[in-house]
Design a protein around this ligand. Structure first.
Ligand code: N1C
Length: 263
C-alpha cells in the first residue's frame, strides 16, 4: 500500500484548460466592459464568468452542446452596427490587425464573447466539479463535440446571424484551402447569414508577401463560395490583395518589391 502513486495519465490528446482560466475570463470581461467599451459597463462579469464555467463543469467533455452555452450567450449579447462585421478563415492574425486599425470594424474577437474566449482552452469532467488542467478532448483524435469546438460553432453562428449590411471576409490566398467548406466560416457562418439583412459579402483574398498565389478571386474554389451565396440570395464581390490590408502586410516587409509598387 506504499506503491508510488502513478503519474496522472493524460486522458485526452488535446491541451488542458488554460491555467488561471477563471481569472483570465473575469479580467478580460472587466477590461472589455469597463475600459474598452464602457457602453457595456452594465454587464455583470461575475455572472458571465459563472455562466461560462457552468457551461462545461461537471459535464462529459465529449457531449457538449449548444444548449450548454445559452445562458452565456444571453449574458454577452451585444449589437454591432450594420456594415461592420469581418469574418475570416485561415487569416486569424491579418484579419485582427485590420480591425485593430479600422476600429469601427468587428471580428468575433472584437466582441465581448470572442474577446473573453480568444486563445483559451477549457474542459471539465462528468465525474468532477473541477476543470481539467491536464488535458482536453482533441477535435480529431478524441471527439468533435468537445466544449471548445462547440463553443466556437455556437458563437460563430450567433455572430453570423447578427450581421447586417455589407459584410466582409478576409481569406488566405496563399494556402490550398482559401475557401474551406469544413471551416467554421464555410460550415457555420455563411449558412447563418440572414439574406434579408445581409446585402452582400465582400471577400478580400490576401496573398502572403513573397508567398505563393494558390487561389485568387478567379479561382473555381472562390466560385464555390459565390455559388453557395447565390443560392442563399446574398450577393458576392471579391477583390484580390485589398490595399488597406496589403499595407498591413507591408509594414512587416517594407523592402519587398511588391510593397514599393502597390498599384
Ligand atoms: O474555421 P475558421 O478559421 O474558418 O473560423 C474562423 C471564423 C471567423 O470568421 C470567426 O468569426 O469563425 C469564427 N471563429 C473565431 O472567431 C475563432 N476564434 C478563435 C472560429 N474559430 C475561432 N477560433 C479558433 O480558431 C477555434 O479554435 C477554431 O477551431 C479555429 C478556427 O480557425 P480557422 O480554421 O483559421
Amino acid at each position: 500500500l506504499k506503491w508510488p502513486r502513478a503519474p496522472p495519465h493524460r486522458e485526452w490528446n488535446g491541451t488542458g484548460t488554460t491555467p488561471h482560466f477563471s481569472e483570465i475570463v473575469l479580467g478580460r470581461c472587466y477590461t472589455y466592459t469597463q475600459v474598452l467599451w464602457p457602453e457595456l459597463r452594465h454587464k455583470d462579469c461575475g455572472q458571465i464568468g459563472k455562466a461560462f464555467t457552468n457551461a462545461f463543469l461537471s459535464k462529459d467533455p465529449c457531449n457538449s452542446s449548444e444548449q450548454d452555452y445559452q445562458l452565456l450567450l444571453k449574458l454577452t449579447n451585444q449589437t454591432t452596427p450594420c456594415h461592420t462585421s469581418v469574418f475570416w478563415s485561415k487569416s486569424n492574425q491579418l484579419a485582427h490587425l485590420y480591425t485593430r486599425v479600422q476600429q469601427d470594424m468587428f471580428t468575433l474577437e472584437d466582441t465581448l464573447m470572442g474577446y473573453i474566449a480568444d486563445g483559451l482552452n477549457w474542459c471539465g469532467d462528468a465525474g468532477s466539479s473541477e476543470m481539467n488542467y491536464q488535458s482536453c478532448p482533441h477535435w480529431g483524435k478524441d471527439c468533435i463535440n468537445n466544449p471548445k469546438s462547440v463553443f466556437w460553432d455556437t458563437v460563430s453562428k450567433r455572430f453570423a446571424e447578427n450581421a447586417c449590411g455589407v459584410v466582409q471576409v478576409v481569406l488566405n490566398g496563399s494556402i490550398s484551402n482559401t475557401f474551406d467548406k469544413n471551416s467554421t466560416f464555410g460550415r457555420v457562418e455563411i449558412h447563418n447569414l440572414h439574406p434579408e439583412k445581409v446585402s452582400r459579402l465582400q471577400a478580400w483574398v490576401m496573398h502572403d508577401i513573397g508567398g505563393v498565389r494558390s487561389h485568387s478571386c478567379s479561382s473555381p474554389l472562390i466560385n464555390d463560395l459565390k455559388f453557395i451565396l447565390s443560392q442563399r440570395k446574398i450577393s458576392f464581390t471579391c477583390q484580390d490583395d485589398y490595399r488597406p490590408i496589403k499595407f498591413l502586410q507591408c509594414v512587416k516587409n517594407p523592402d519587398h518589391s511588391s510593397c514599393s509598387s502597390i498599384i
